[in-house]
Each structure stands twice: as structure tokens, then as C-alpha cells.
Design a binder for this molecule. Structure first.
Ligand code: F6P
Length: 335
């Protein structure tokens, strides 16, 4: 709305560490330049329902280190409602907003991008542990998930070594293997299984040979990272954890004892690492700058070491896959 000094803010999709640091950064930097900030609870759901709270300096103090989101989140999409677009635009007008800042992953930002096409004055901030948003090298939350998974792998190594076991850790990532690749590389994993490289029959046989070979060489344990989205040969039945299925196949084919663990939601909870707090802070400040410059339909981004922005249009319904050059570096140390 022309002349409005009110910014709306939502957090949508799966939560991640660093969301509160971003809420703090958007709010405090907006307040400094004369805006009021109004938060809508539980993502797009609260926006449609008008479930709000005023965000001020007090509410957004002492939250930089807190996991989750003080605003709550959901996977609700207004685009699934009949007349959802009109309703969203109407809400924007009714709340007298200058802009809506949307903290989201690929799903939430795709909705924002589609609504921007319809005239919603929106600015996106990419966040998700999966790091699968195109147009930015990193998303808020990713480095924390990598750290949690790396710590878990370090712990698994000592027990694997004592018991001479093959240890598999399954991590999140939806359809991509960013967390698996970065955590596996940091922990010196013996194999990293990602959706970008399907584990067909030949690859599975290769994996089993590698594990067996290590054992023959006197390396009496192996550490394998499995991304939740990794695909197996068509005839392999997977119901439940894919990592568990793989561990059973390894056991059967190698005769070695294989154990499976999953980090599940633990990798998404708790305090953000310093990198994510700083990325969230820089993205929050940048988002307010974009609003002040009337640059809507944009998303904050980091490219190289530069904080910049990119069109939300590029993000809509796309997924950023693992850079295979990075995977190759990790692969150098397999086996
Ligand atoms: O997108 C983040 C993510 O944590 C994925 O890695 C995971 O597949 C999914 O969310 C789990 O989502 P939910 O919270 O809906 O169970």
C-alpha cells in the first residue's frame, strides 16, 4: 500500500534453526527506519485467518539463539483454497501492508513467487535445513543441520570402531542430498548415498564390495551417510527408513553386522550455529532494504560471500540439487 509503514512477516514450511534470528533482524532493522512489523502466526494459514501479533523490540530480543520460530509455522497453502489468491491480496490490503516478508523453503517461496505474479508485494528469505532453494548458495538452517549430523557421525564412529560394525546414519534433505554430502564430508564418511546418484543394483553391489574390502584390509568398521530421498533399485521394497533397508541388504550381502540410526527431527531443532545466526541477520537486514527500495518479487540470497537478491520467479517449483563437484571431493575419501 502506497505510503504504508507496516511490514507483515510469516514463517512457513518446516521449521529450522535461525528463523528467530531472522525474525529479530527483520523486526529490529525495520523498526530503526520507521516501520511497524506485524507477524502472522503459522505461515500462510495465519495470514489468511488474520491471526497476528505485533512484533516489537522486546518480543524480538533474546531470541537470536533460540531454535524454531516464535511465530509458529505450517505447510498450509492459500493456493489450495478456492479463491485463495484473491483472498491473500485482500488480506494484504486490509492489514494495510507495505510488503509481506516471507521466510520459507522451496514450497513456501514458490507460493510467494506465484502470488508475486498476481501482484502481491512480497520479499522472500530462504530458509530450510535441506538447502534446496535455487538462486542462493545457502539457506538459513542448513549449516546447523550439517553440524548436528557431523557431531552424530563422530559419535557413531567411536562405537562403530569398538564393535567392528557398519554404521548407517539417515539424514533429511527431501529430494536432495545436501546435508548428507556436507556432513559426510566433514565426518570423513566411507560412503555418502544421495538422491542425485540413485543406488541401483550395480551401485549397491559396489557399496557392499567396498564395505567388505575395508574389512579385509583390516579396517574393521564403516560409516555410511544416507540421505532420506536416495532411490533404490525398482524391485527393492521400501516402507519406513530407507537407511534401515540398506543396512539389511549390506548385512545380508557382506555378512558384516550393520546398524542403522536416524537423526529425524533432532537435526532440525535447537540452537542455530553462528553461521546461521549471521546469515539470518544479514538476510533480515537485506529484506528490509529491498522493501525500502520497492524491490518486490525478490528473495535475499548469498552468492560466494556476497549478500544479494534474486527474483522469486527463478525459485518457483524448482529444486537445487547437490553440486556434484563438491560430492566428488567427499568421494575422494570413500572406502
Ligand atoms: O524441508 C525440511 C524437512 O525437514 C525435510 O528435510 C523433511 O523431509 C521434511 O521437512 C519433514 O517434514 P515434516 O515436518 O512435515 O514432517
Amino acid at each position: 500500500m502506497a505510503g504504508s509503514k507496516r511490514i507483515g512477516l510469516i514463517t512457513g514450511g518446516g521449521d529450522c534453526p535461525g528463523l528467530n534470528a531472522a525474525i529479530r533482524a527483520v523486526t529490529k532493522s525495520a523498526l530503526r527506519v520507521g516501520y511497524e512489523v506485524i507477524g502472522f502466526r503459522d505461515g500462510w494459514k495465519g495470514f489468511i485467518e488474520g491471526d497476528t501479533e505485533i512484533l516489537d523490540g522486546v518480543k524480538t530480543s533474546e531470541i537470536i539463539d533460540r531454535g524454531g520460530t516464535i511465530l509458529g509455522t505450517s505447510r498450509f497453502s492459500p493456493l489450495h483454497l478456492e479463491d485463495g489468491t484473491r483472498w491473500t491480496l485482500q488480506q494484504f490490503k486490509e492489514w494495510g501492508l507495505a510488503a509481506l516478508v516471507v521466510l520459507g523453503g522451496e514450497g513456501t517461496l514458490s507460493i510467494a513467487g506465484k502470488l508475486a505474479r498476481e501482484g502481491l508485494l512480497v520479499v522472500g528469505i530462504p530458509k530450510t535445513i535441506d538447502n534446496d532453494v535455487v538462486g542462493t548458495d545457502y539457506t538459513i538452517g542448513f549449516q546447523t543441520a550439517v553440524q548436528i549430523a557431523t557431531d552424530a557421525l563422530d559419535r557413531l564412529r567411536s562405537t562403530a570402531e569398538s564393535h567392528h560394525r557398519v554404521m548407517l546414519l539417515e539424514v533429511m534433505g527431501r529430494t536432495v542430498g545436501w546435508i548428507a554430502t556436507y556432513a559426510g564430508m566433514a565426518a570423513g564418511a566411507d560412503a555418502i548415498l544421495i538422491p542425485e546418484i540413485p543406488l541401483d543394483e550395480a551401485k549397491m553391489a559396489e557399496l557392499c564390495r567396498m564395505v567388505k574390502g575395508r574389512s579385509k584390509e583390516g579396517k574393521r568398521f564403516s560409516i555410511i551417510v544416507v540421505a532420506e530421498g536416495v532411490g533404490l533399485a525398482e524391485e527393492t521394497e521400501v516402507s519406513g527408513w530407507v537407511g534401515e533397508v540398506i543396512s539389511k541388504i549390506i548385512e545380508e550381502k557382506t555378512g558384516l553386522e550393520a546398524k542403522f540410526s536416524s537423526l529425524d527431527y533432532i537435526q532440525r531443532g535447537g540452537t542455530p550455529v553462528a553461521y546461521d545466526r549471521n546469515l539470518a541477520t544479514a538476510f533480515g537486514v537485506k529484506a528490509v532494504e529491498l522493501v525500502r527500495e520497492d524491490k518486490y518479487g525478490q528473495m535475499t540470497a548469498i552468492k560466494g560471500n556476497r549478500i544479494t537478491s534474486t527474483s522469486l520467479e527463478k525459485v518457483v517449483d524448482k529444486v537445487k540439487k547437490v553440486n556434484l563437484k563438491v560430492y566428488k571431493i567427499a568421494e575422494t575419501f570413500f572406502g
